[in-house]
Write a protein that binds this ligand. Structure first.
Ligand code: NDP
Length: 293
């Protein structure tokens, strides 16, 4: 029988994910700011829970998509003994491995399964149902989670035990951050030398320095001067911090990732909590006195 799916956290990426879940499963949503849940409910015909406990009472599978593991833990523990044996929590937050292990252990005492299932592919991938989901956990949770996340995923990979999905996601995003910073600095220098951003990218994207940042993010967001806000810089800063914890836990000395942590933390202070992650390049442009065009 198809599970009843509850979705908690209708933010920039949670909302389009929840819409795809609602189109496939009987579902219910909850969001801290109630007006967002109500407008989602009106647009999609989805039931809105009065609080997380009502949602957990109703659901077989609960999906969370919150900023960090701290908020996930608050919500999960706040529900208290409403959790029932054999329920499943699928945490799509880009969380911290240690945080997910603690949440999994807390839920295990009530017989609830936990799978960390962070996503990549951005808000457009969520709307298109093409996200990559990296899952940490064990059976039977993994199999049940796979079924539910397929509503918004094009690619689902079981990467290891609880926490492994969150570790891999943080490392992926640290690589994204390295590419944003390095590409921004490199292009600022080339523009100052008189090479246009467009020409530089034409060559780089046909050469070995290319990445998703040079192929997609910079043309679409920087050269166009559009700077859309889809993924907060503050969240990427959080991800770099988690990646550094993973390196520390494993005894690998950070160099590049340590440098980008400083750059993103500084940009976060300068640009605020709502700035988009690619806006780090605005700070590079400001310091270099140039616009990448
Ligand atoms: P947003 O900041 O847009 O949304 C955060 C959501 O969490 C909102 O629904 C917010 O509710 C809710 N929330 C915040 N604090 C609390 C709290 N204390 N208690 C309950 N709910 C809370 O984030 P995104 O949707 O962009 O990101 C969600 C997760 O997905 C993050 O971990 C992020 O790193 C990850 N992610 C995001 C991607 C993106 O492209 N945006 C891509 C891949 C992963 P409210 O409406 O009340 O503010």
């Amino acid at each position: 029988m198809a599970p009843r799916v509850g979705f908690i956290g209708l933010g920039a990426i949670g909302r389009p994910m929840a819409a795809r879940v609602a189109a496939r499963f009987e579902s219910m949503v909850w969001n801290r700011t109630a007006s967002r849940a109500e407008s989602f409910g009106r647009e999609t015909g989805t039931a809105v829970a009065a609080d997380p406990t009502a949602l957990v009472d109703w659901a077989d599978v609960v999906i969370t998509c919150l900023p960090t593991s701290v908020e996930v833990r608050e919500v999960v523990e706040g529900v208290g003994d409403a959790w029932r044996a054999d329920q499943l929590l699928v945490d799509c937050t880009s969380g911290a491995p240690a945080g997910s292990r603690a949440i999994a252990e807390w839920l295990r005492r009530s017989g609830v399964h936990f799978v960390d299932a962070p996503v990549s592919g951005g808000t457009s991938g969520a709307a298109a149902g093409t996200l990559t989901v990296m899952m940490g956990g064990s059976e039977p949770g993994i199999g049940r989670a796979r079924d539910v996340v397929s509503a918004f995923a094009g690619n689902v990979v079981h990467v290891g035990p609880v926490g492994a999905g969150h570790a891999l996601k943080a490392i992926n995003n640290a690589l994204l951050a390295v590419n944003i910073q390095a590409s921004g600095e490199a292009l600022a220098a080339l523009v100052k030398l008189g090479v246009s951003g467009k020409t530089a990218l034409e060559v780089i994207n046909a050469s070995s320095g290319r990445s998703n940042v040079t192929e997609n993010l910079i043309p679409e967001r920087v050269l166009s001067r559009r700077w859309p806000r889809t993924f907060r810089l503050a969240l990427l800063d959080k991800d770099i911090g988690i990646a550094l914890e993973v390196l520390q836990e494993t005894g690998v000395e950070p160099t590049a990732i340590g440098v980008v942590r400083e750059a993103f933390a500084k940009a976060r202070r300068a640009l605020g909590e709502e700035a988009d992650h690619v806006e780090l390049i605005k700070e590079i442009e400001r310091a270099a006195g140039v616009e990448i065009r």
